[in-house]
Design a protein around this ligand. Sequence first.
Ligand code: SAM
Ligand code: SF4
Ligand code: SF4
Length: 341
Amino acid sequence: MPSTSDLLGRPLRNLRISVTDRCNLRCAYCMPEQNYVWLPRADTLRFEELAVLVDAFALAGADRVRITGGEPLLRHDLARFVRMVADKPAIRDLALTTNGLLLAEHARELAAAGLHRLTVSLDTLRPETFRALAQRDELTSVLRGVERAVEAGFRPIKIDTVVMARVNDGELVDLVEYARGLGAEVRFIEYMDVGGATRWSMEQVVSRAQMLDRLASHYGPLEPIVEDSSAPAERFRLPDGLAFGIISSTTAPFCRSCDRSRLTADGMWLTCLYARAGLDLRARVRAGASVTELAATISRGWALRSDRGAEARLGLAAREPLVPRPELRVNPHLEMHTRGG
Ligand code: SAM
Ligand code: SF4
Ligand code: SF4
């Protein structure tokens, strides 16, 4: 089956699989509410069902998979699923995004299962800021997790940091230096107005331009790294050669080159982080559709894709959180922690 391009000429390359909507943190930019409506457990796809979908996405053109969540390490025996995907020759790149809380105990088995790359979300190095931002006192566990992951052979680890004004925007240099010490690469992410970010406001966004100004005033001139890549991060080099990235999804989105598909833990396929609706692939898998039939469904859907969610948001006169709280209560598929970021 030839790989498909969408209506804007973008191929399908990347598949992000959210293996659970549950999480053991409550980051202010993602899960700020007291209570959540969870996906029914019976709807969660078994690893074997997810593996069938991975085969179908691969047949439709995807060759890169990222496992995410919620917190993916909350899913029992995740390493078994990692091994199942790592064993597929069609998948050239297999990565995991985690908040790192349970990483210390799982790093070795993830490496042994064949995971290629690891991204740890870490927004602060200050215990009190961690507590305020994530509602849990767990910075030490995350830092230990990162250390164990380095020891287990994941190098370079990526550290993803959502930057929020007056919360952690004074820590850019500290995080660059922390990454340096580990042989890791930090990527600073603009705070996005996605579903679930119910406290979002433009005043709390620290823009790419502001981040670059702050880093340049500390380190000196920053050199852009020219790359031919669909990766969302723009990379830069400090005068001493150290690289870091910026993901400017809010002020300078990269929809033009977006080759990502998202699959929720219950098999909802989304072609954009900002999409209001998706296609239910669980029903098709559980009805016994073959990999070829599923791939044909995916290719047909991708061929009709015209999403440019973050770019469309740029044109709004007044920007507010994407989805009002009442709508999130009735449709958890609109939540960032369900979609996997
Ligand atoms: N729980 C895992 C973690 O935090 O790494 C994986 C899932 S989380 C939804 C994936 C990524 O989405 C994280 O790096 C997180 O920082 C990012 N994210 C969540 N809400 C965001 C927002 N409002 N703006 C920017 N990034 C966000
Ligand atoms: Fe934080 Fe990730 Fe959990 Fe969202 S899913 S609350 S970003 S740890
Ligand atoms: Fe891709 Fe949608 Fe994000 Fe744009 S907003 S980069 S189309 S997922």
